[in-house]
Design a protein around this ligand. Structure first.
Ligand SMILES: [Zn+2]
Length: 133
């Protein structure tokens, strides 16, 4: 499963950061996930919880923020496709991909390039540390 390997990578990064900062508990993990990434947020969250079960991240809240696709045109136009537009136009991910791939620049009408929406990054990690003095 695709989500499992991603969840592993995220878990390793989270644990590396947590260890570096002397964390005793990981409280929140916030991800930014592009709408065009081939990843299911529920499955990813489920996999992360399974992997983190024996770790200090076992009770962490796993928050996924969806990022809309963004476009760029050679005329200088940049923009994102808003959530409302996506919901009205596309029921499935395959429809979304086709929809975004066919996007034209609203300024000059040329084919726009997709510049965002495939990312999957850890936005922030919130940890608990034990102060020893
Ligand atoms: Zn243009």
């Amino acid at each position: 499963m695709h989500e499992l390997s991603i969840a592993c990578e995220i878990f390793e990064q989270v644990m590396a950061t947590a260890t570096e900062h002397g964390a005793t508990e990981v409280k929140h993990v916030t991800l930014q996930m592009g709408r065009l990434s081939h990843t299911n947020p529920e499955q990813l969250s489920f996999c992360f919880k399974a992997i983190a079960e024996e770790s200090i991240a076992k009770d962490a809240d796993f928050i996924v923020e969806m990022v809309p696709p963004s476009l760029e045109c050679e005329c200088g136009y940049t923009g994102t496709i808003d959530e409302k537009q996506i919901r009205e136009s596309c029921q499935f991910k395959s429809e979304l991909l086709a929809y975004v791939a066919a996007m034209e620049c609203p300024i000059c009408g040329k084919e726009a390039n997709i510049t965002g929406g495939r990312e999957l990054i850890i936005k922030s990690i919130e940890i608990e540390t034990e102060n020893q003095d």
